[in-house]
Design a protein around this ligand. Structure first.
Ligand code: DMJ
Length: 582
């Protein structure tokens, strides 16, 4: 029986979602949009009308087909979403016409928005699949089978994270395609996975990245579609990753050669250490691998990580980012809720939720860690912005990463179970973090968030170092908006998501796909030429969920891994024979 029939993809249909009418933008916001539409229209007309008015209609109609949430199911029908001929000719006509394409996308957004003001959330909801279609079709046209797309040079791209495994964007996108009802594209992806996804390759991979993107993506695709190939591939890859745990403590290596089974750590990591956010972000996927394979070994490996951590003293109750897998001792005392630490905390909370709230140890560890973070790391700026600093041997660095912005969503997700009547307090903290992260976007020229922003030297929520000003299509801020929307239904979170959609369309969308930008404070974007696989897995999925009904992938049935791949809650009901003993 297909697994999907066992798992509610949506919750009880009777549950009312936030109605579109509950979303009322301020008049100021509407006026601003109408005004920007007018300016855009004038700008486009001045520069481009002499070329051809047909070009305008070609780009508009083909790029943003109206009301086409569900793609036709006939083979080859996806061609209606291909870049139109007009648009391809645009790509050959240099910088001005590339600008033209972006301007017209924005123009269409503005005009469509004003036409659809009454059903704004529905409009944005139907826009995000169009963004996904464009990202997917671009990847398919220029980089099919590669790990990622280079949208400027229009070719494939592979970072060293995946060794010689191919197709990261395909596997990362599977569940987003499925939930957006892009079934033709999902079938293309399935065919590629069946024929080409190969883990018997000689190359060194990041255990963490391969786990969250490939194992997580395959597991979700299996649970959503019920296709056996995804279960088989997830277990096959999980078995290969087991070699990473061959260390004296069982704390896994960061890097693993999939062919030889030899592991090692990042050369830059303090004292040859493994990284908290890497070895601490295997739990959800490995528990599901045990469930789906009937082999307890996966669960045993991740439960052992807990045991090792439980034996160690924590400075001020905090978890340092570095742990030596040979000695079992902490490395440098650097603590962060952003890079190097982030998803370890997320997985403590989600381990408890995914276990149907039976994993009491996960719960206890999460709320204790959160208390230590609040005491030692969370501060308020003189301008009233709450932020999460980094801790280096007892000294605070007043910097917050874009990665850290996921914490708003995590605090909100965990607020309900908070001990000692702290639910309200944790929701307030979550809202404060969301506000600060929104400010980090609002205080830039491009209205996209920098990689890291600071609260010192007279600035607040602004990047001051050149190497922290980039934006690589990361999802964390939108992820937090999505959780905040689901738990509060405060319309500002959808407004903020809409602002992000506009900025992405205006500055990141090129005629060859979506690209990150090098400096969010620059007058004009300089593109980094990478469409990250997590843009399809996370950024677009969280945007879609932000504007969806709450009963779409409801939290009472699903937990998202750190790459936004939904995994079902493992029910404690012992009569469920599909659950092997762990
Ligand atoms: C994703 O791969 C995951 O969210 C991970 O936990 C860290 N960040 C990237 C996207 O920013």
């Amino acid at each position: 029986m297909p697994v999907a029939t066992l798992l509610p993809f949506t919750a009880t249909p009777s549950r009312k979602s936030a109605s579109p009418t509950s979303f009322r933008l301020t008049e100021k916001f509407i006026l601003l949009l109408v005004f920007s539409g007018f300016i855009t229209l004038c700008f486009g007309a001045i520069f481009f009308l002499p070329d051809s008015s047909k070009l305008l209609s070609g780009v508009r109609m083909a790029t943003w087909p109206q009301k086409s949430a569900k793609p036709p199911c006939t083979p080859g029908a996806s061609s209606q979403f291909e870049m139109p001929r007009a648009s391809r000719s645009v790509s050959r006509r240099g910088r001005h016409l590339a600008t033209f394409s972006r301007i017209n996308v924005l123009l269409h957004l503005v005009l469509s928005f004003t036409e659809n003001m009454g059903t704004h959330s529905n409009f944005v909801l139907s826009s995000t699949p169009q963004m996904m279609k464009f990202a997917w079709e671009s990847y398919k046209r220029y980089a099919w089978g590669s790990n990622e797309l280079r949208p400027v040079s229009k070719q494939g791209h592979s970072s060293n994270l995946f060794g010689n495994i191919q197709g990261a964007s395909i596997v990362d996108a599977l569940d987003t395609l499925y939930m957006m009802e892009m079934y033709n594209e999902f079938e293309d992806a399935t065919e590629w996975v069946e024929k080409n996804l190969d883990f018997n390759v000689n190359g060194e991979v990041s255990v963490f990245e391969v786990n969250i993107r490939f194992v997580g993506g395959l597991l979700s695709a299996y649970y959503l579609s019920g296709k056996e190939v995804y279960r088989r591939k997830a277990v096959e890859l999980g078995e290969k990753l087991l070699s990473a745990f061959k260390t004296p403590t069982g704390i896994p290596w960061a890097l693993l050669n999939l062919k030889s089974g030899v592991g090692r750590n990042w050369p830059w990591a303090s004292g040859g250490s493994s990284i908290l956010a890497e070895y601490g972000t295997l739990h959800l996927e490995f528990m599901h691998l045990s469930k789906l394979s009937g082999k307890p070994v996966f669960a045993e490996k991740v439960m052992n990580i807990r045991k090792v951590l439980n034996r160690l003293d924590k400075p001020q109750g905090l978890y340092p980012n570095y742990l030596n897998p040979n000695s079992g001792q902490w490395g440098q005392h650097h603590v962060s809720v952003g890079g190097l630490g982030d998803s370890f905390y997320e997985y403590l909370l989600k381990a408890w939720l995914m276990s149907d709230k039976t994993d009491e140890e996960g719960k206890k560890l999460y709320y204790e860690a959160l208390q230590a973070i609040e005491t030692n790391l969370i501060r308020k700026s003189s301008g009233g912005l709450t932020y999460i600093a980094e801790w280096k041997g007892g000294l605070l660095e007043h910097k917050m990463g874009h990665l850290t912005c996921f914490a708003g969503g995590m605090f909100a997700l965990g607020a309900d179970g908070a001990p000692g009547d702290k639910t309200g307090h944790q929701m307030e903290l979550a809202a404060e973090i969301a506000r600060t992260c929104h400010e980090s976007y609002a205080r830039t020229n491009l209205k996209l968030g920098p990689e890291a922003f600071r609260f010192d030297g007279g600035v607040e929520a602004i990047a001051t170092r050149q190497n922290e000003k980039y934006f690589i299509l990361r999802p964390e801020v939108i992820e937090t908006y999505m959780y905040m929307w689901r738990f509060t239904h405060d319309p500002k979170y959808r407004q903020w998501g809409w602002e992000a959609v506009q900025a992405l369309e205006q500055h990141c969308r090129l005629d060859g796909g979506y690209s990150g930008v090098r400096d969010v404070y620059a007058g004009r974007p300089s593109h980094d030429d990478v469409q990250q696989s997590f843009f399809l897995a996370e950024t677009l999925k969280y945007l879609y969920l932000l504007f969806s009904d709450d009963n779409h992938l409801p939290f009472e049935h699903w937990v998202f891994n750190t790459e936004a791949h939904p995994l079902p809650i493992i029910r404690k009901d012992k009569t469920d024979k599909s659950q092997p003993p762990l």
